[in-house]
Design a protein around this ligand. Structure first.
Ligand SMILES: [Fe+2]
Ligand SMILES: [Fe+2]
Length: 424
């Protein structure tokens, strides 16, 4: 395969109790021995966990993202149990801290710890202290007060690099919306005993200073960035009748992140659905912003592959969806290809490459065993490109939307590529 790639495992909402309670099989007889049934038809979570384990053993995964909601009711003991489960599942050690990021989810926040009327940012963020403490064996991986930034290198030793950032989108979760003064007075007059005259909200938000820091860090090297958060930037697809459950400043966050001069992959969970949504400003040298949602973990997970050219120019990403199928296997059921190029010329490593590539292709011919379709179409006899050079060129043409390659993506070296020229 030409160029290189960085692969990231993206895990969505764990909700540990729901995850581990799922069974598999049509268990009509409630008296059938449970242990035997589990041994014959392992429960769903074991199937998902086994697949994750296998992927990690293969060694091609550079980074691991966990987008929050490890538990369901803000119960700290459960959260700690979930942390142990995740550390075991992913076999995490202190050496993995750079490549592993986790953020809080709204269901992880203990509502009793929310200050009814926080006076400063420290008070607002104090509710996250127990979550940070739960990760004390890997103290760097959760940083709810700051934007946490590390970077990932490709597993094959090539110098491709991705900036990795995590940001807390749950700052407003559990905060109070106070009743108007006249209602508070009326409640008091009626002998109301509540010390808090308001209602708790599930109002996601990202601190403005976090967004500014993110923008600044993304505009510096490397050339492609991944941001992890819990909440989506765009409203979910299904109509939702609820108040203050979308990011209060989601529109602003979207504007800031889509206007960066490098591609940004915004990875989130929360909606228990798995859309891939692309936002482009239409301006040259900006974006795109690719919003990628991981499903609830009991349904599977995503592997995000970021492709680079031979000279380490980021070409695009492929979202591989690994899902639990009705037959009980966890398989790659679908993949989505997202080129980073806003227009065709942008897809090449340098401005002259597009023209040069087409000229080379016109002149190229010869015994390209792996490119039989192309060979038939190219009449001239002189060989101008080695097979490796031709492969690199074709991959860039693919990401530029100028050629289609089947099969693509190709994990193993295929004997033949079926090529189609899309140049108008
Ligand atoms: Fe959730
Ligand atoms: Fe959530």
């Amino acid at each position: 395969m030409s160029g290189t790639a960085i692969r990231i495992l993206h895990l969505g909402d764990l909700h540990l109790d729901e995850f581990t309670s799922g069974q598999f099989g049509d268990r009509k007889d409630p008296q059938f021995p449970g242990m035997l049934a589990d041994a014959v038809a392992p429960p769903e979570h074991e199937r998902v966990a086994r697949k994750i384990s296998r992927l990690l053993t293969e060694g091609s995964i550079s980074g691991i993202l966990l987008s929050g909601d490890l538990t369901s009711r803000g119960d700290l003991a459960k959260y700690e149990e979930a942390v142990s489960y995740v550390i075991d599942l992913l076999r995490l050690s202190t050496e993995d801290q750079e490549r592993f990021h986790v953020v809080p989810g709204n269901h992880d926040v203990n509502r009793k710890l929310c200050n009814a009327d926080p006076k400063d940012e420290a008070a607002l963020l104090s509710k996250f202290a127990p979550l940070e403490a739960a990760w004390s064996s890997l103290p760097a991986v959760m940083a709810p007060r700051e934007v946490r930034s590390t970077h990932l290198d490709s597993a094959d030793g090539v110098k491709a690099q991705v900036g990795l950032h995590s940001v807390n989108s749950c700052v407003g979760c559990g905060e109070h919306r106070m009743y108007p003064p006249e209602i508070q007075d009326a409640v008091r007059a009626a002998g109301g005993e509540s010390s808090v005259f308001g209602e708790q909200m599930d109002s996601p938000a990202i601190l403005e200073r976090h967004l500014s820091e993110l923008a600044e860090r993304i505009d510096t090297a490397p050339k492609v960035h991944v941001v992890l958060a819990h909440h989506p930037l765009l409203p979910q697809a299904a109509p939702r009748f609820d108040v203050y459950t979308e990011l209060v400043n989601g529109g602003h966050a979207r504007t800031v992140l889509s206007a960066r001069r490098h591609p940004v992959l915004y990875c989130h969970g929360h909606i228990h659905d798995d859309p891939v949504e692309i936002i482009r400003t239409g301006r040259p040298n900006q974006g795109p912003l690719v919003c990628i949602s991981a499903p609830e973990m009991k349904k599977g997970f995503n592997v995000i592959e970021i492709a680079f050219s031979d000279d380490l120019f980021p070409l695009g990403c492929i979202v591989h969806e690994h899902r639990l199928t009705t037959g009980g296997a966890v398989e790659r059921t679908r993949f989505q290809v997202v080129p980073f190029a806003a227009d065709r010329a942008d897809a090449f490593s340098d401005p002259a490459t597009a023209r040069r590539t087409l000229e080379l292709l016109r002149e190229a011919a010869g015994p390209f065993e792996r490119f039989l379709v192309l060979k038939r179409r190219l009449a001239k006899a002189d060989i101008q490109l080695t097979d490796d050079e031709l492969e690199a060129t074709l991959v860039e043409l693919f990401w530029a939307g100028l050629a289609s390659i089947e099969p693509f993506p190709h994990e193993q070296e295929p004997k033949y590529w079926k090529l189609r020229c899309l140049i108008p």
